[in-house]
Design a protein around this ligand. Structure first.
Ligand code: PLP
Length: 231
């Protein structure tokens, strides 16, 4: 591979992903507008994000606070109605930056982080909407609260800390059918009166929608291959 970034027709990819979301929503008896498409931008050059913005996309997902902080303030000056989601793991010591930058934080999975977010939100006088990340596959190396821990974490976040928890998010095991994981997530959300079910990525978003996802997080199907992360 050379230095030059591969050409990707982001607008065409976006239109195709939107068409597929609409079709899957139709199969599930739902309106296309009831499914939120979050365009996951990690590892993508800013030109591709600008192409998506120019094509009308407004909800974006980032995995790393640093990468998001480097480019979204500039992009937001031009597209103020962007809705920025943090979909990657968040360390408690980055809570202040995350509260300042993001509109939605999808990776709340432990009391210490919830408490840090509550503290920073009170300090900032604003709080992003939150999702609790659930480890539906019970993978030991993966972030997320276990399904049976949702009630307790939700009680802390919603009832004690008064945080705006809107729903649940999962990243199912790569080698498994997304369907049962989405259904479990949707059942937990319904049991607790939460509206948002965030599940499904490029490889399986239609399947996730058919099983109850209200939000899908799609990166490479829109933006093409990512740059490998350099740490
Ligand atoms: C990278 C990522 C996505 C998007 O993955 P694609 O396979 O490129 O669609 C979605 N959700 C999370 C949490 C991610 O880290």
């Amino acid at each position: 591979m050379g230095e030059a970034e591969e050409q990707v027709d982001v607008a065409a990819n976006l239109a195709e992903v939107r068409r597929r979301i609409g079709a899957a929503a139709g199969v599930a008896g739902r309106a296309a507008e009831d499914v939120v498409l979050v365009a996951v931008a990690k590892g993508q050059p800013s030109e591709r994000l600008e192409a998506a913005l120019a094509a009308g996309q407004r909800a974006f997902g980032e995995n790393y606070v640093q990468e998001a902080a480097a480019r979204w303030p500039g992009l937001r000056a031009r597209w103020p109605d962007v809705v920025l989601h943090l979909v990657g793991a968040l360390q408690s010591n980055k809570a202040r930056e995350a509260v300042a930058l993001f509109d939605v934080i999808e990776s709340v999975d432990r009391p210490r982080l919830a408490e840090a977010l509550a503290r920073e939100a009170a300090r900032a006088g604003r709080c992003p909407r939150l999702l609790l990340q659930v480890n539906t596959g019970r993978e030991p190396q993966k972030a997320g609260v276990a399904p049976e821990g949702v009630a307790e974490l939700l009680a802390l976040c919603r009832d004690r800390l008064r945080l705006p928890v809107m729903g649940l998010m999962a990243i199912p095991p790569e080698d498994q059918d997304v369907g049962p994981h989405t259904r479990l997530l949707a059942e937990l959300a319904e049991r607790h009166g939460l509206a948002v079910v965030s599940c499904g990525m490029s490889a399986d978003f239609e399947q996730a929608i058919r099983h109850g996802a209200t939000e899908v997080r799609v990166g490479s199907a829109i933006f093409g291959a990512r740059r490998p992360r350099v740490t």
